[in-house]
Ligand binder design. Structure first.
Ligand code: OVV
Length: 398
């Protein structure tokens, strides 16, 4: 198409508390406004339809990551931390770092962790079922990843309480410098110092995923400093994402007990059910890209060097792509959701995320007839992530 149309404009603030508490009506308005929408409050573009989000994620040459994947443009203001050499990088640097992580996180490599992850899930879930009442966030969605993931990476037990605060810093920092950002950064210095102290070769246990990154230094693929930066990526991307994802899974099954019944009857649905959780309540809601050139999207001209906000979670409920998008249906084919992204930056840890969820959901499916909500769950607002702060549950055992 070579006719140009006026750009749709919206006054929506996607980082306001009001938006973050219930983004779905706003997502619908953004999808309806057009294939790409100008958000006048921030002077950025937004895409909320499945096709456009997917196309942008697939075209890394037009929509780059090296200017940052948050609101801030690294070419105009200094980043709050040295840029990630995988998330906030383009080829050829990205290609080299990604190759190392792709190998370390391959499905076959992750399968080696399966027995340990399943054992830990069984022991935690048995305890919670005996207890009957628990908080789905603190006692499960946080407790499980905070045990199995640092163990797998090979991080000391001491100081692990810094991992969630660091994740909050990382994911809030993709948004504007609003109240959420400032609150997350309140104790930034000590938290960052602890994280960086855990990223050196000497701090990592033998046989873990962390030390495997340093083995790529010995084979000449990375420098010692780059290896440390990739351990930092593990600690940035590997905790909060799965905490919010497991919490959202429990929330979905407490809210839709008939869907939990289906899982219990057919445990072969568990894998697809987690994909449906990711589609329906995406723990990662958004990422930005930056245009490297002028580009036309549905007849609208985007300039060079402009920020584009990609609404992964809105793409996941686009009626152009999904039947009954607002229905939580564990039997649907939910693959094709955008929660893991796609293209060269598609989530490199997705096999690990799936392993965690399958271990937990399988352990519950053997023992739990239903999850009862004991009170109103409270949201944990974040500029990028969607999930809960509290989720009071009671288990009805099988
Ligand atoms: C996917 C992701 C999220 C947050 C941080 C990073 C990656 C990183 O590489 O630091």
């Amino acid at each position: 198409m070579d006719t140009t149309i006026d750009r749709p404009v919206s006054a929506i603030d996607p980082f306001s508390r009001e938006f973050l508490r219930d983004p779905y009506p706003h997502h619908a308005r953004l999808r309806e406004a057009g294939p790409v929408v100008w958000l006048e409050q921030y002077g950025i573009w937004a895409m909320a339809r499945h096709q456009e989000v997917r196309d942008a994620l697939t075209d890394w040459q037009t929509y780059c990551s090296s200017a940052g994947v948050g609101l801030s443009d690294f070419r105009k203001e200094p980043p709050w931390r040295p840029p990630s050499i995988i998330l906030e990088a383009d080829p050829p640097l990205h290609t080299r770092t990604r190759a190392v992580l792709t190998r370390i996180m391959s499905p076959a490599a992750i399968n080696i962790l399966r027995a340990t992850f399943e054992r830990e899930a069984e022991s935690l879930v048995t305890r919670l079922v005996d207890q009957r009442e628990f908080d789905g966030i603190a006692d499960l969605a946080e407790a499980y990843p905070l045990k199995v993931f640092p163990d797998a990476v090979g991080i000391s037990e001491e100081g692990r309480e810094n991992l969630l605060p660091y994740g909050s810093m990382v994911f809030n920092s993709f948004g504007p410098r609003n109240e959420l950002f400032n609150a997350a950064m309140a104790n930034a210095g000590p938290v960052r110092d602890w994280i960086m102290s855990r990223c050196s070769r000497a701090a990592l246990a033998p046989n873990g995923l962390g030390i495997q990154i340093f083995e790529a230094v010995d084979s000449g693929e990375l420098s010692e400093a780059e290896a440390g930066m990739l351990v930092r990526s593990f600690l940035s991307a590997g905790i909060d994402t799965t905490v919010y994802g497991l919490g959202n899974a429990l929330y979905c099954f407490a809210s839709y007990p008939e869907q939990w019944m289906l899982l219990r009857e057919s445990p072969n649905l568990i894998r697809g059910a987690f994909e449906e959780v990711l589609r329906f309540e995406a723990p990662v809601q958004t990422f930005f890209r930056t245009t490297t050139r002028q580009v036309d999207v549905g007849g609208v001209r985007l300039g060079q060097g402009e920020k584009v906000l990609l609404f992964l979670a809105a793409a996941n409920r686009d009626p152009r792509r999904w039947d009954k998008p607002d229905a939580f249906d564990v039997k649907r084919r939910a693959t094709g959701h955008m929660t893991f992204g796609t293209g060269i930056h598609g989530c490199v840890g997705q096999a690990l995320a799936r392993l965690e969820s399958e271990a937990i959901l399988s352990a519950f499916a053997k023992r739990v007839a239903s999850f009862e909500l004991m009170g109103q769950p409270e949201p944990r607002l974040n500029n990028t992530l969607r999930g809960l702060d509290t989720l009071p549950l009671r288990i009805v055992p099988v």
